[in-house]
Ligand binder design. Structure first.
Ligand code: ADP
Ligand code: MG
Length: 260
């Protein structure tokens, strides 16, 4: 078994990376696949959304820069088949060490290579910056997803991500393919949404997921409960959209593994 590794990337905070990572991971685990979610954001939103507190001072970051066994950082969640590596406070401090390490951008890839055989899918929730952690995530990934609220400012973030990944590929650092752009409804009104959605589909065509995540207040409720929406409130509109996304993702995923 070789896990397909996928990162959620968008430098804009609040674009839906964590919500998508948590619900895609939980939705696919619910279909009896073995899934690992890696929380690479010091804010630990993904860990909290799974009802887990972030690690105090020494945590996952220690495993990135020291020789600690990565297995010690894998935890089971309340969702069957879904494991997590939680974020920790020192993820911020660790960045300097990663910059200074020889080939520090490959550290996460080397760590995940050890775990790879235990999972069908590994998802990485990235911070909202192009820092050395996001660089590590992309270098470790076969594919990446760009969550995109259909608002004016988000589309410029989309081109930034694509240009960033292309520049990494040109340098031979990263081979991650764009798995898809995941559209969600913003709050700017219907005509603007349609205009932006059409433009994204026109430019990116097959690289846009058919499933669109609607605006859904249940998402915040599920975060407060510390449970993924797909399993906590399966009948909510966003949960149904995430289920569709899971099927679409699984169907397309063999292509991304073959590409790498
Ligand atoms: N489709 C949606 N409907 C309603 N609220 C959403 C939706 N997607 C995201 N949110 C809310 O937006 C906030 C930011 O989402 P999050 O996934 O944490 O973004 P990011 O990880 O990109 O910073 C969260 O509070 C989340 O509940
Ligand atoms: Mg986040």
């Amino acid at each position: 078994m070789t896990a397909l590794i996928t990162s959620f990337v968008n430098p804009k905070g609040g674009s839906g990376k964590t919500v998508a990572a948590v619900n895609l991971a939980a939705g696919i685990a619910d279909l009896a696949y073995k899934v690992l979610l890696v929380d690479l954001d010091a804010h630990a939103s993904a860990s909290l959304a799974l009802g887990l507190k972030k690690d105090p001072k020494l945590g996952f970051a220690g495993a990135l820069i020291a020789d600690d066994d990565i297995y010690d950082f894998v935890e089971k969640t309340a969702n069957t088949n879904l494991d997590v590596i939680k974020a920790s406070d020192d993820l911020v401090a660790v960045q300097v060490a990663l910059y200074n390490q020889k080939e520090g951008f490959l550290t996460l890839k080397r760590k995940l290579d050890v775990l790879n055989k235990n999972y069908d899918y590994i998802f990485i929730d990235c911070p909202s910056t192009f820092d050395v952690l996001t660089l590590n995530a992309l270098c470790a990934s076969h594919a990446f997803i760009v969550p995109l609220p259909c608002e004016y400012y988000s589309t410029s973030a989309l081109s930034t991500v694509v240009e960033y990944v292309n520049s990494l590929e040109e340098k031979g650092l990263c081979h991650a393919v764009l798995a898809g752009i995941l559209r969600s409804y913003g709050s700017n009104g219907e005509s603007v949404l349609n205009e932006i959605q059409n433009e994204v589909v026109r430019i990116f065509r097959k690289n846009v997921f058919k499933a669109i995540i609607p605006e859904d207040k249940s998402l915040d409720e599920s975060i407060i409960l510390g449970r993924p929406l797909v399993t906590a409130m399966p009948d909510s509109p966003a949960a149904k959209a995430f289920r569709k996304l899971c099927s679409e993702f699984i169907y397309k995923s063999p292509f991304w593994l073959r590409h790498n």
